[in-house]
Design a binder for this molecule. Structure first.
Ligand SMILES: Nc1ncnc2c1ncn2[C@@H]1O[C@H](COP(=O)(O)OP(=O)(O)OP(=O)(O)O)[C@@H](O)[C@H]1O
Ligand SMILES: [Mg+2]
Length: 507
């Protein structure tokens, strides 16, 4: 039986009246957060509620505006992440947390190359061997640490960050919204590390928007809303309804996924994907058809080829065999330019690398995909542009100071909303969504599902690639499961369809 907070003694970390301002934004408002040994603490709250901000202050990435911290009962005010790391606090950040252009082992031992110095040179061999051990320690046995980190996909890059944090044997581990980038295998690795740390009397802060995951893994849960600590619940008191109400400050209702089961799909085929094999080898002789008014779900385990499929359909993968045909025009889609010409849109899973210009404003990011919609005459009027962008900001409740704010300063989930708004606003005929709800809070997820359903009703066709089976079952007219780059199962929408049916053909 887990110890309750009442008999856990002194907190290992405590924030005292912690406040953080970014210009006009009050990101944290006098937060008193306590984390105890032997506990996994879940942090939950809407997008922009302050979860990453408080974690990054604890981990030394930025100072608070006001307030202080105690760590093991002593004042704690780290100036850098390295300083916090040396003191025993490690964090996996929500956004990109690795350095591009260098190897996996160089990333794992970033700032600690001195360990491998022999006379004047760094021994790469010794570093690679140590990196291999660090990877194996968290259960990653088949990654070659001398590879460039950029050769890995998003999920494996996240696991490398985990391996890096774990080499220092932290007392406190913070995992910020990492699991949504991971498939089940990656999640299992992360859970087992968190549980092991708890059992060793260390502490974990776990941030996620997946309420079921939090309720299962965590011992206590703290809810933040608009930068304020609303409540802390112990495991026995976990209740999804209560937690959601505390998050949003009102009763949420239960409509989430679409409710119809009489799937209305036209027989008109919009896209015909025939026998495609990609250069990466991740898809082999794969075929599908996409109909007008259809939500076609695509699922599978990591590396099954589903993310490459999204890119290939949008003309962004080199094909060794087969073709993608836009049926109404007969055109072959082999470049993104042609895809755009036929009113196709693509939301990439890897938003920071592929889907956003981080150094540009919200407005520019949204307008760039919708230019032809805004630009109906010979001139572009700033007012029309602003109206168009404001509509997306309102539809998806994008939390920002203004639409001219740079995207890089938005919270993770709000960035994802910008990516979604960029394509949805464009009113595409065919939309490819790769993990569209990654990192967004429950309220906005519901709004996104509603927008997807509205698009379907308006006769648009949607390919929805996702690692969440419940979302695929809840939204798809038809669901294709991939395994090793090939079709492993096909399911039609039905009330009886369960995760169990699907999992059997995934593995
Ligand atoms: N460097 C920054 N400059 C300006 N504003 C910022 C900065 N960092 C965070 N903010 C703002 O502070 C608020 C809290 O952001 P934070 O990233 O902590 O939210 P979050 O709870 O982690 O959200 P999410 O679930 O979307 O990740 C947001 O309004 C965000 O836009
Ligand atoms: Mg965040």
């Amino acid at each position: 039986m887990k110890a309750s907070i009442a008999d856990s003694g002194q907190p290992i970390i405590e924030t005292i009246e912690m406040t953080k301002r970014f210009g006009p934004t009050l990101a944290l408002d006098k937060v008193n957060l306590r984390i105890y040994r032997g506990h996994i603490l879940g942090l939950i709250g809407e997008n922009g509620s302050g979860k990453s901000t408080i974690s990054s202050i604890i981990a030394g990435m930025q100072p608070p505006t006001e307030g202080s911290m105690l760590y093991r009962g002593e004042p704690h005010s780290p100036h850098t992440m390295i300083e916090a790391g040396k003191a025993g606090i490690g964090m996996i950040v929500q956004e990109q947390g690795y350095v591009s252009g260098i190897t996996i082992s160089e990333n794992i031992f970033l700032g600690e190359e001195g360990r491998f110095r022999k006379l004047l040179a760094i021994s790469k061999g010794a570093m690679n061997r140590a990196a291999k051990t660090a990877l194996e320690k968290i259960g990653l046995n088949d990654i070659d640490p001398s590879m460039l980190i950029d050769e890995l996909d998003l999920q494996d890059r996240k696991l490398i960050e985990l391996a890096r944090v774990m080499i220092n044997d932290p007392e406190v581990l913070i995992v910020d919204e990492t699991t949504t980038a991971l498939s089940q295998h990656g999640r299992d690795i992360t859970y087992s590390i968190m549980r092991r740390m708890r059992d060793e009397g260390k502490a974990v802060i776990f941030i996620s928007h997946d309420l079921e995951e939090l309720m299962e893994i965590c011992d206590t849960m703290t809810v933040l809303r608009d930068g304020r600590l609303i409540t802390t619940l112990e495991k026995n008191d976990f209740d999804a309804g209560v937690i959601k109400t505390n998050m949003v400050g009102r009763d949420m209702g239960d409509k989430y996924y679409r409710e119809d089961y009489s799937s209305q799909v036209s027989s008109d085929v919009l896209l015909d994907v025939e026998n495609i094999t990609t250069g990466s080898g991740l898809l082999m002789n794969f075929s599908l058809t996409l109909h007008k008014g259809e939500i076609l779900g695509i699922g599978g385990l990591s590396h099954c080829g589903m993310h490459e499929l999204g890119k290939a359909v949008f003309g962004e993968e080199k094909l060794l065999t087969g073709k993608v045909t836009h049926v109404p025009s007969g055109d072959i889609i082999d470049t993104a330019k042609k895809a755009l010409k036929h009113s196709m849109g693509y939301v990439s899973k890897d938003r920071d690398k592929e889907a956003l210009v981080l150094a540009a404003s919200i407005k520019d990011n949204i307008v760039c995909a919708g230019l032809d919609k805004v630009n109906t005459g010979p001139f572009i009027f700033p007012k029309t542009e602003d109206g168009y962008v404001n509509a997306q900001v309102k539809n998806l409740s994008i939390k920002c100071a203004s639409i001219s704010q740079n995207v890089q300063y938005l919270s993770g989930g709000n960035k994802q909303k910008v990516v979604f708004g960029k394509w949805v606003g464009r009113d595409c005929e065919i939309l490819i969504l790769d993990c569209p709800t990654r990192g967004v809070d429950v309220g906005v997820k519901a709004a996104m599902y509603q927008l997807i359903e509205d698009m379907k009703k308006a006769g648009k066709a949607i390919i929805m690639i996702s690692e969440e089976l419940t979302e695929l079952i809840g939204m798809s007219d038809r669901l294709l499961i991939l395994k090793d780059g090939q079709l492993a199962g096909e399911f039609n929408r039905s009330r009886e369809l369960s995760e169990q049916h699907i999992v059997e053909c995934m593995i």
